[in-house]
Write a protein that binds this ligand. Structure first.
Ligand SMILES: *[C@@H]1O[C@H](CO)[C@@H](O)[C@H](O)[C@H]1NC(C)=O
Ligand SMILES: *[C@@H]1O[C@H](CO)[C@@H](O)[C@H](O)[C@H]1NC(C)=O
Ligand SMILES: *[C@@H]1O[C@H](CO)[C@@H](O)[C@H](O)[C@H]1NC(C)=O
Ligand SMILES: *[C@@H]1O[C@H](CO)[C@@H](O)[C@H](O)[C@H]1NC(C)=O
Ligand SMILES: *[C@@H]1O[C@H](CO)[C@@H](O)[C@H](O)[C@H]1NC(C)=O
Ligand SMILES: *[C@@H]1O[C@H](CO)[C@@H](O)[C@H](O)[C@H]1NC(C)=O
Length: 828
């Protein structure tokens, strides 16, 4: 009896098992059959299976589709929101209950957990006619009516996986949307944080979103590929990418394997990463073929508005040309979310420097096109014209790169999420004309530099030289009006960094004070010592123009005998210049202080004099700009650790057009400078030439060797001694007795050169090149005549400062060849 019972039981188990096999072999479910919890639907070629699978530690059950060869790879899930608590679900085709349904068999009422009509209202109305559901070899589960019309298909409702033939996009007419959403975790198919959707508000592009924020963009479709994923081109022999955009209709993207195989997929994983994977038959595993975001520059908005991200750049983030960080302190601290702001406002056709233009930014993933105007029919030229004529247009680019480019995308606000990619596109960014002119000039110069560096052909070299000369001449055309052209190569420092470096500009850090501001010693976070020149706010004279002048000039000058500008900083009305720190301060701190003067040997003095002479020669002749310093004095010659002299303070320096060939050409300019160092023709008539600096150099030279201030009528004193043949008495007593015979001879030469430099007539002063040759006695010296003697009425006044509007200084008394002239600078 027992045996019989057991046999019966065994038979019934066998029977039910074979029944299950029969059902499992089916790819189709009809109204007359159901699929129980442990049964699966199998596609005809047994590539995909549909059934219940467990998740979350086998505590929840979901209806899903997976690859037969890789049962863990679930590509679609039905009841993501309402899991079953046991594998007792039943799948059925029931027109009355909503098409394809999943019933919970554990409850007495067999309630509907999920139905295909849940997905859309259209499906709901059609569901009543449903007669069969079939799992295809593509992985698509299709519900049809008795005539074979498709009522519903799983491909229209993707979950986290994109299979060949699935569309991602929108139907603008019906409002239907095909998007992906990630799983909550690898073991939980319920909807997670990330969504992958088509943004159709500008030029269509795919975005990954997380909790209301974009995290990754593919860039707009450019006819061939997504702008930000140029590597798609190299996948083309494996995949066929298809982008559909019918006006007002469907906008969608899909891919197919070229070999027709369904064994590849794109997954939006739980970390929000798109992973393209292909099945490798030999290793029986999925291979990650590509994934995005690829690097930090793919993180949406990494560098903020108008920023450009470049992974190979050490700083990663930069601003588009013509833009600077909006919040420099944060930017310096690597918080670039604030983005960049426009340096010069757009003209937009209205007055000023004429029309705006466009800066071509090459090789980028186009910025986010949300809110852009797109016209596939326009040409690039038309696009440019349209952008220029609409004041709110900030950039444009071609919409389709095929056939040389066509179509038009116009941006109207911030340019977000621009990055450099290999094989990227061209973006035309609108800039003010003045900004573009400046870029053009720098570019020209760079081109020439590049030519010279690569200059293997002599012809090329000389050609390059000609271009350079031309570029230089072109530049000089605008030099004499000092306006505009403030493009600098000066790195900006955040104000907070500088404030911290100088202990909040404390008295203790003060190392000097001049007519134009206070100089502080500071230490940057990296330990480098710097001198920070803080221009006084009240100083009307050294306004922004002078500040930019100094920055612009000195940033372009590089010479051993010129102080090196490290950077600059503009903060509200504060203007700061950051220089290398000179531990030995300025020459005046040596020569006019008894105790320190004694430490300056003759050789050191000669080195300083020669150093200043070389620095001057460089700015007069050899630099790429030709400059009159205009304010050379002991306080403006700094000494580094090795007592090398460096000329500083280019605040009132003047670029000078010397391409006409005359070193001695003269212009008339407002009079700014330091009395005692000003040549008579400049102090009285504002006649400025290189000879002004030669005069100042002569005064400085005499001061250095005598240790006396010019205010005490040094020139007259020197001349008297010279006439009486007692010139060596001029020498600072501290060195006089230590000098060798050769040094005394050198001193005589020096004094003679000094006197030649302070001759009344500029023609009688030697140019700096001659001065250097005379000092090294490679050139014969002329006989000096009686020099002009200028003394300021008040020697304590540091500077005579005259601006365009009027006088800020005082009067200068000039003794003209013995004639006493009083020049009132007022009214000039
Ligand atoms: C899953 O179940 C095992 C044993 O039943 C338990 O040790 C483990 O903590 C569970 N994991 C989770 C995530 O609940
Ligand atoms: C099903 O319903 C019957 C009577 O209506 C009840 O006795 C039984 O406990 C129910 N079973 C479950 C699992 O709820
Ligand atoms: C799906 O539809 C059924 C019946 O139409 C309903 O009972 C169920 O709550 C719906 N499920 C969801 C997740 O909307
Ligand atoms: C998502 O994909 C990336 C790239 O392949 C991978 O590093 C990351 O671990 C994945 N995340 C999860 C949760 O699997
Ligand atoms: C980054 O800078 C922005 C302003 O540019 C600021 O609002 C934000 O708080 C900063 N974030 C961090 C983490 O410092
Ligand atoms: C500029 O373009 C914007 C956005 O398309 C548009 O709203 C605005 O009317 C245009 N302005 C002009 C003057 O064409």
């Amino acid at each position: 009896m027992d045996k019989l019972f057991l046999t019966l039981l065994a038979t019934s188990i066998l029977l039910s098992a074979s029944a299950a096999t029969v059902v499992a072999a089916k790819s189709t479910l009809t109204q007359s059959s159901t699929l129980a919890g442990d049964q699966t639907l199998v596609s005809l070629g047994d590539i995909f299976r549909l059934g219940l699978f467990p998740a979350v530690n086998r505590s929840r059950w979901f209806l899903g589709i997976w690859f037969t060869v890789s049962p863990d790879t679930v590509v679609w899930v039905a009841n993501r929101d309402r899991p079953l608590s046991s594998p007792s679900g039943i799948v059925a085709v029931s027109g009355a209950r909503g098409g394809l349904v999943l019933l919970d068999g554990a409850s007495n009422e067999t309630s509907v957990v999920w139905s295909s009509s849940n997905s859309s209202s259209a499906a709901a109305s059609a569901a009543a006619a449903a007669t069969q559901a079939q799992l295809l070899d593509t992985g698509n589960l299709v519900l049809t009516d008795k005539d074979g019309n498709v009522l519903w298909q799983s491909f229209e409702h993707p979950t986290n996986t994109f299979l060949p033939g699935i569309r991602v996009g929108k139907d603008l007419r019906t409002g239907a949307e095909w998007s992906l959403s990630s799983w909550r975790s690898a073991d939980d198919p319920s909807p997670g944080d990330f969504r992958y959707v088509m943004d159709t508000s500008g030029s269509p592009e795919l975005h990954v979103w997380s909790r209301g924020r974009r995290t990754f963009r593919t860039g707009p479709w450019n006819g061939v590929r997504f702008s930000g994923i140029p590597e798609m081109t190299t996948f083309e022999d494996m995949f066929e990418f298809q982008f559909t955009a019918t006006a007002g209709g469907e906008v969608s993207y899909q891919f197919r394997n070229r070999d027709g195989s369904p064994m590849s997929r794109v997954l939006l994983n739980e970390s929000g990463v798109m992973q393209r994977m292909v099945w490798d038959r030999s290793s029986m595993a999925w291979i990650n073929f590509w994934s995005g975001p690829r690097d930090q520059c793919d993180n949406y908005g990494r560098c903020g508005a108008f920023g450009v991200c470049n992974v190979v750049d050490a700083t990663v983030c930069g601003c588009i040309r013509g833009f600077t960080p909006r919040s420099p302190v944060e930017w310096y601290m690597r918080n670039t979310s604030g983005g960049c702001g426009r340096r010069m406002p757009l003209q937009c056709g209205g007055g000023g420097g004429g029309e705006d233009g466009f800066y071509l930014l090459r090789g980028v993933k186009l910025p986010e096109t949300h809110g852009c105007a797109v016209d596939a029919g326009a040409t690039l030229e038309e696009c440019r014209r349209r952008c220029l004529s609409n004041c709110s247009c900030t950039a444009y680019s071609g919409a389709d790169i095929r056939g040389g480019g066509s179509g038009c995308i116009q941006w109207f606000g911030d340019l977000m999420d621009t990055r450099i990619v290999d094989g990227g596109q061209d973006l035309f960014v609108r800039l003010a004309k003045s900004e573009l002119d400046a870029i053009k000039n720098t570019k020209k110069f760079r081109v020439v530099i590049a030519l010279v560096i690569t200059g293997f052909i002599l012809l090329l070299l000389s050609l390059g030289f000609l271009t350079w000369r031309k570029a230089r001449r072109d530049k000089n055309v605008s030099v004499l009006d000092e306006s505009g052209d403030f493009i600098t190569e000066c790195p900006t420092y955040p104000f907070e960094i500088i404030r911290a470096a100088t202990n909040g500009f404390s008295e203790g850090n003060k190392i000097g004070e001049g007519g134009f501001g206070v100089v502080y010693k500071g230490q940057l976070p990296d330990g480098q010592e710097v001198a920070v020149k803080k221009l006084t706010k009240e100083n009307k004279v050294q306004g922004l123009k002078e500040f930019m002048n100094e920055v612009d000039l000195i940033a372009k000058l590089q010479h051993r005998n010129l102080v090196h500008l490290l950077g600059c900083c503009i903060h509200c009305s504060e203007r700061l210049l950051i220089y290398e720190y000179m531990s030995n301060k300025s020459v005046d701190a040596f020569i006019f202080i008894e105790r320190r003067r004694a430490t300056l040997s003759w050789k050191k003095r000669m080195d300083i004099i020669l150093g200043v002479a070389r620095g001057l020669l460089y700015i007069h002749k050899d630099s790429r700009l030709t400059i009159i310093h205009r304010d050379l004095k002991a306080a403006n010659v700094l000494l580094d650790d090795d007592m090398v002299a460096k000329i500083s303070d280019f605040g009132i320096a003047r670029r000078f057009n010397s391409s006409s060939g005359h070193q001695d050409c003269t212009i008339t300019d407002r009079i700014i400078g330091t009395p005692g160092y000003m040549s008579p023709e400049y102090a009285m008539d504002g006649k400025l030439s290189f000879m002004q600096d030669v005069y100042s150099f002569g005064v400085l030279l005499l001061e250095i060797i005598s240790g006396r201030h010019n205010s005490s009528n040094l020139i007259a004193h020197t001349w008297r001694l010279w006439e009486e043949g007692r010139n060596l008495e001029l020498l600072d007593p501290a060195v006089r007795c230590e000098c060798t015979a050769g040094e005394l001879e050198q001193a005589t030469t020096c004094i003679q050169v000094g006197l030649l430099c302070v001759q009344e007539s500029p023609d009688q002063r030697p140019p700096m090149a001659d001065v250097i040759n005379m000092l090294s006695r490679e050139k014969a010296l002329g006989q000096p005549r009686r020099p002009v003697v200028c003394t300021p009425m008040s020697a304590t006044r540091p500077a005579v400062i005259v601006d365009d509007l009027g006088v800020e200084g005082g009067t200068t008394t000039c003794c003209h060849n013995g004639r006493l002239t009083i020049t009132d600078l007022e009214g000039r």
